[in-house]
Design a protein. Structure first.
Lengths: 251, 644
């Protein structure tokens, strides 16, 4: 396959970026999208040109580090996979592919296609935990948890924190990400003691980071590589309003 | 220096309890006067950083990823072992200990492994309390499964994402301590050296990967939780960024390297498709519970498959060789990882491999689908089948999977004593970064257990003893060792940046990987290893002449990052070869073709090789010195492993 890449290049956060075209030649359909970029980069390095910088690590769809906006969609054209799991057989010979970083005020570009997602870490630090120290906890089977509840908490917990939800949202809202973590804890008995304090702290931090509001368009759910459900947002809203209207004293 | 493993006296089951009592404690009011540096935030690093901060120490934690949550522990699929005996099926701390020692082919320390089995039960309690959503049964209690051929069901799991859920639990504990101000977190920072003051580790030199700034950080102790070095093979199931640099620099500063040649080759990975391949994807070992491994009986049929003339499903039952079931009737497809891998290689070497490259064997679910129904198979393995389909574009419900072994884990690592301290006082190694618990072969679902055991339940005790001994006096960052080490790091970076040759760093890495895979992979011979040693030396010389490293230090520079890591991998590769040459026996994942039984199985030599090889760096261009820690087995009887 021979393709044309239209890639966002930006030397650093403060610099002005622009699109640069690169040919990608002799690409095998069996390559992953990132392997295709490796090939292009190796050519660039041989020519003495700065390779295209992008974040990636595990390359098996679980670490959440890869993050490309491909032809206008986070993680590219396919459903329920990350960029590292996207293969070139999903594209056509001769196609032009536009590659951009996540676009959101709260995710400033560091270089080229790599962005700073530390806002997500700060939201989790604000309350995304159960306050237990190591040691002195009850036996793991001391509390029975109904299987449907445990499964639902697990579904929420599979979020990989990649930021595709933010990148997909016209408001750059982080509601899907935040609600997934809030839900996991709110569903489990272990999360109950701090349930209302947690939701308020995490939402407050989310707002402070400059993410937009949710207007229920559902783009986040459609683009999430882990198929995190928008019902998490409803659950978070319920807890948030419960906290604000009835249980603020618990915060 | 004489190696002292500091194994406590007394009966096996009482060693850890007694040792904990004998360890010195740090006064609660003094704990806040200490700073501990933790490098790496996988299971071992996150759990250690959080637990030490909870005790009151100040912690500085570093990771190269953009967030601590992305460390490669996140990718572990199958599960975590614990001797809970929730199933009433005969499990116990002693059985887990015994299985681990035996599975490791008797090349691990009894005392360490027993402690691991002992604290395994606490890990599960801890994770559940943090809100880790393990799989449960309809009654609401935790589910278990049998894993990797174990005869009892002791593996706890969270669908196919156990590592992710455990790491997110440890990450949440870490987050809480960051929030409390007890942990200072440095993401996108790479450790490039250890600062050693008067023989003790007192700090690290790190590079801010965004700005390029070289920083020094002082602490009373340094914990390396930096994972394994499987990427020395270029292709492995490790993440792209996994590297040996932190451990290797520590090694050059005096930390001995233990059993570097002990690497685990996992039998069920998706095969390589071409030169562009950047990494390999593991298919969970649990697939072998229902999948049957086979190749065609004859080379002729295999050739027809390779040429695309016939499909696997067209091959008649009589023309198939279910080689694991044939050779190991009692364990069948569930033989340990090293045995399964070696047999797959044997089939491919015989010319009976399948797939267009011929470097693969089949893992077939047709019988399981017939027996259980497609829906039941989907419920069990759906996510793995989807992943396979995504990567290969082949439907495993219709045609058998193609699998081949790939480098997955490194049992070797920095040598540590019972307290997890390396040969440099104040420098500790936890998790996969140390050599300690898995001997020559790791059992499935034991890596997660060891990472969390070290971080949650071992280091909080053993580190206190050292800290109490040295006292809380602040570390003097003005000591010349800090400036000198920083200068050495800066000089090396400049040296790398001055390389303006004609070969990319990736090309060197691929070449190194090919050498290691060919000569220090699943089968090793004296002749091959000697040849490989020369090849690596040549590669190193060529690298420092002809590599291309672009850009400058003061920027986000992935070209520079990669170059530094590959340079270290090349040096490590040579040490692995030396270690493999020294050990003329076969054991676990280390198969020397000169040492096999009549049936072609690995043959250990307990008389001569029941030791840990600990290598000491002697300076640039000099051969490393081998120190031996004799392994004493007081509780288990050494037997030749048999899975027939």
């Amino acid at each position: 396959m021979n393709l044309t890449l239209k890639v966002w290049r930006q030397p650093n956060t403060d610099a002005k970026g622009s699109f640069v075209n690169y040919p990608a030649q002799n690409i095998s359909p069996d390559m992953s999208f990132l392997e295709m970029l490796d090939v292009v980069n190796e050519d660039l390095v041989k020519k003495g040109e700065d390779p295209i910088h992008f974040d990636h690590d595990c390359r098996e769809g679980i670490c959440g580090m890869c993050s490309l906006h491909i032809n206008g969609r986070p993680h590219g054209p396919k459903q329920a996979i990350t960029t590292c799991q996207l293969h070139m057989r999903s594209f056509q010979d001769g196609q032009t592919i536009t590659i951009e970083p996540w676009r959101a005020t709260a995710f400033p570009v560091i270089k080229d296609l790599a962005v700073d997602r530390s806002a997500f870490d700060r939201i989790q630090r604000a309350g995304g935990f159960v306050s237990v120290n190591t040691g002195g906890v009850p036996d793991a089977n001391a509390i029975a948890i109904p299987k449907p509840v445990a499964d639902e908490a697990f579904n929420s917990a599979t979020c990989i924190g990649c930021g595709a939800c933010v990148a997909a949202c016209k408001n750059a809202s982080a509601m899907l990400f935040v609600s997934a973590k809030v839900s996991q804890m709110a569903l489990l008995p272990q999360g109950q003691p701090e349930r209302y304090k947690r939701v308020q702290a995490m939402v407050a931090q989310m707002d402070e980071e400059g993410f937009g509001s949710c207007t229920n368009t559902g783009a986040c759910e459609a683009e999430c590589p882990k198929e995190i459900k928008i019902t998490n947002i409803a659950r978070m809203n319920r807890d948030f309003f419960t906290a604000k209207f009835f249980k603020q004293e618990e915060a | 220096m004489k190696l002292d493993a500091k194994i406590p006296e007394g009966p096996l089951a009482e060693k850890w309890s007694k040792h904990k009592f004998n360890l010195k404690l740090v006064n609660p009011a003094n704990k806040r006067k200490y700073t501990v540096i933790v490098v790496g935030t996988g299971l071992a690093g996150s759990s250690a950083a959080a637990s030490l901060a909870e005790l009151g120490y100040n912690v500085k934690a570093f990771c190269y990823q953009d967030s601590p949550r992305r460390a490669h522990s996140i990718a572990a699929q199958g599960g975590i072992n614990a001797a809970k005996n929730y199933r009433n099926d005969g499990d116990s701390v002693y059985r887990l200990f015994y299985d681990t020692i035996k599975g490791g082919d008797y090349r691990a320390r009894e005392a360490n492994v027993y402690r691991l089995a002992e604290v395994s039960v606490n890990i599960i309690d801890q994770c559940v309390a943090q809100g880790v959503p393990f799989a449960r049964e309809y009654g609401g209690l935790l589910d278990n499964r049998s894993f990797g051929g174990a005869q009892v069901s002791r593996t706890f799991y969270a669908r196919g994402q156990t590592g992710q859920q455990l790491l997110l639990g440890a990450y949440s504990a870490l987050n809480r301590q960051i929030h409390e101000g007890k942990v200072e977190m440095f993401s996108r920072h790479e450790m490039l050296d250890v600062v050693v003051v008067d023989g003790q580790a007192k700090g690290v030199v790190v590079r801010d990967m965004v700005t390029g700034e070289i920083e020094t950080h002082a602490g009373h102790a340094v914990l390396l939780c930096t994972g394994g070095y499987g990427n020395v093979f270029y292709l492995s199931t490790n993440a792209m960024g996994c590297n040996v640099t932190a451990a290797w620099r520590a090694h050059k500063r005096g930390a001995y390297f233990g059993n570097p040649c002990f690497t685990q080759i996992h039998p069920t990975c998706i095969p390589v498709t071409g030169d562009h391949q950047s990494k390999l994807t593991l298919m969970s070992e649990s697939l072998r519970n229902d999948g049957r491994v086979w190749v065609p009986k004859t080379k002729e049929i295999a050739a027809q498959i390779r040429e695309g003339k016939v499909k696997a499903s067209d091959i008649k039952e009589d023309d198939r060789d279910y080689f694991l079931e044939r050779k190991y009737p009692s364990f069948g497809n569930l033989v340990p990882r090293d045995v399964a891998s070696r047999n797959a290689k044997e089939m491919v070497d015989e010319g009976r491999g399948v797939g267009s490259s011929g470097v693969a064997v089949y893992l077939d679910f047709a019988d399981a689908i017939k027996r259980l129904g497609e829906d039941a198979v989907r419920a069990k393995y759906g996510n793995l089948f989807d992943m396979y389909y995504q990567i290969t574009d082949e439907n495993p419900y219709k045609e058998p999977m193609r699998i081949y072994p790939a480098v997955h884990y490194t049992m070797g690592g920095l040598w540590v004593d019972y307290n997890l301290q390396t040969t440099v006082p104040g420098l500790y190694a936890l998790g996969e970064a140390n050599f300690s618990d898995h001997g020559a072969n790791r059992l499935g679902a034991s890596a997660l257990m060891q990472g969390l055991a070290d971080g949650y339940f071992v280091i909080p005790y053993t580190l206190g003893d050292y800290l109490a001994t040295i006292g809380p006096k602040a570390v003097d960052e003005k000591h010349p060792a800090f400036a000198e080490t920083k200068k050495a790091v800066e000089d090396r970076i400049q040296q790398l940046l001055s390389l303006k040759g004609n070969k990319t760093v990736d090309e060197y890495h691929r070449e190194l990987g090919k050498i290691m895979w060919e000569y220090c992979g699943m089968a090793r011979s004296e002749e091959g290893l000697k040849k490989a040693k020369k090849m690596i030396q040549d590669l190193k010389a060529d690298f420092w002449k002809n590599a291309i490293v672009l850009g400058k230090n003061e920027e986000f520079n992935q070209s520079l990052e990669k170059a530094g890591r590959v340079a270290d991998f090349i040096e490590l590769g040579e040490l692995m070869i030396d270690d493999a040459l020294d050990r003329t026996e076969s054991c676990g994942g280390h198969f020397r073709i000169e040492s096999q039984t009549e049936e072609g199985e690995a043959k250990r030599d307990d008389e001569k090789y029941a030791y840990v090889a600990a290598w000491e760096y002697k300076g640039e261009g000099k051969p490393e010195a081998l120190h031996k820690e004799e392994l004493k087995f007081e509780n288990v009887k050494l037997t030749q492993r048999s899975y027939k």
